[in-house]
Design a protein around this ligand. Structure first.
Ligand code: SF4
Length: 288
């Protein structure tokens, strides 16, 4: 069975990671040029805090595989998004910062509005601007979740559709085809190019937003220890919002159960081990 077959207008939500790039390759391999031209849209949503190497990888996939990849960014205006490209993409966290300014509080592990507003929502807005993701023009939304990520698979299968995603059907061809991390790793071992970020047991710890609060604490701290300037943006965001925000946490911290980014920065000159236990990263839509 061809799990990658395009059944109609299909959006490949490309995270800029190895897994979603593998999925894109398989889609290109298993469909005719005619169907690809007719049905396929590949979208990468840039938060502005992606690793520069991720941006290079997205560009390289488009060039080497000769397919257009649409780059979107959040904007706090009537349109809600902007189409950019490799040259014009934000690299200083500007879309993310604009969202925080709009919301006036910070996302946290429970209220992950960043992944929703910076990625999912702008993709739907863009699609609607093309007359897609509507009752008359529903779409399939392909996301690169693997068979060895059962919790993420179950979450997406059971997710209720919102008014935004009502006319988009989530499709997970990798999960359906039984593809796990080993297949993805083997695939990239045989390619003439790769995402040039370390691959640790099939996971790209430095992928997505550089110091995402869903990453394990030790991982965040070790990135700060090796590259202090990365933390400055996160510390600035924490100091930029007024405390007493909404939901969990105080709204002025990305994690209320951890030291602030400024504290981690302050400690990063020392050998002090702030996090004794290994803490797993929390998976989200932003994915690999
Ligand atoms: S990678 Fe983390 S910080 Fe960035 S949008 Fe996703 S959940 Fe938010």
């Amino acid at each position: 069975m061809n799990h990658y077959r395009l059944r109609g207008t299909t959006v490949v939500s490309f995270s800029g990671g190895r897994t979603s790039a593998y999925m894109l390759f398989m889609v290109l391999l298993h469909n005719t040029a005619e169907d690809i031209a007719r049905y396929l849209l590949i979208i990468f949503a840039n938060t502005g805090k992606e690793h520069p190497i991720t941006l290079e990888f997205v560009r390289e996939c488009a060039e080497r595989w000769n397919v257009p990849i649409i780059w979107l960014e959040f904007r706090d205006d009537d349109t809600g998004f902007s189409v950019v490209d490799y040259a014009t993409a934000s690299r200083q966290g500007e879309p993310f910062e604009a969202l925080i300014r709009k919301r006036k509080y910070l996302p946290n592990p429970v209220t992950r509005f960043c992944t929703i507003d910076l990625k999912i929502r702008i993709i739907h807005k863009y699609l609607r601007s093309l007359g897609l993701s509507t009752e008359d023009a529903p779409v399939d939304m392909m996301t690169g979740i693997r068979a060895d990520e059962p919790r993420r698979v179950a979450k997406i299968r059971h997710r209720k559709s919102t008014s935004e995603s009502k006319w988009a059907t989530m499709v997970m061809p990798l999960a359906d085809a039984g593809v796990g991390v080993q297949e993805v790793t083997d695939f990239w071992a045989g390619q003439p190019f790769d995402l040039m970020l370390p691959n640790i047991n099939g996971r790209t710890l430095e992928g997505n937003c550089d110091l995402c609060f869903l990453k394990g604490a030790k991982q965040v701290y070790s990135i700060i220890a090796s590259d202090r300037p990365k933390a400055e943006w996160w510390a600035r965001m924490e100091s930029s919002v007024v405390s007493g925000g909404k939901s969990t946490g105080n709204g002025d911290r990305f994690r209320s159960d951890r030291p602030s980014y400024q504290q981690m920065l302050d400690y990063s000159d020392t050998q002090f081990d702030m996090f004794a236990d290994h803490e797993e990263a929390i998976a989200c839509f932003c994915g690999d």
